[in-house]
Design a protein around this ligand. Structure first.
Ligand code: 5GP
Ligand code: ZN
Length: 114
């Protein structure tokens, strides 16, 4: 499958992996948009929330619930923001669902209508 995140999971493309378990892996984003920018990537390939099975939802939520225990190690002890881009209007570029984890600085909340 021609999916960059599946290739990263198989070790075919290098990445800076900071965490992995049976549900998800967390890697550093190659093009960070904040002081700290990670991607939580489910081990199973699917594109959209609309394609999630109940098992996928459980796995992703287990991953998200790991974050408080990882926050200090990841430099996110002051807080973080989670973003899931879905589809064209959101600018999704990798079609393997993933959660952006942004932090390491005070994050503004841009008014995108400007
Ligand atoms: P999207 O735009 O789909 O929500 O986010 C895709 C993210 O994946 C982008 O932030 C982009 O920088 C990141 N990305 C794309 N290719 C690679 C890669 O090969 N390695 C890593 N670590 N991140 C990637
Ligand atoms: Zn994939």
């Amino acid at each position: 499958m021609d999916c960059v995140f599946c290739k990263i999971a198989k070790g075919e493309i290098p990445s800076e992996k900071v965490y992995s378990d049976d549900d998800v892996m967390i890697i550093k984003d190659i093009d960070p948009k904040a002081e700290k920018h990670y991607l939580m990537i489910p081990n199973r390939h699917y594109k959209l929330i609309s394609e999630m099975t109940d098992g996928d939802a459980d796995a992703l939520m287990r991953g998200i619930r790991k974050l408080p225990s990882l926050a200090e190690k990841l430099g996110l002890e002051n807080g973080y923001r989670l973003v899931i881009n879905q589809g064209d209007d959101a600018g999704q570029t990798v079609f393997h669902l993933h959660v952006h984890i942004l932090g390491g600085q005070s994050l503004d909340f841009p008014d995108l209508r400007k």
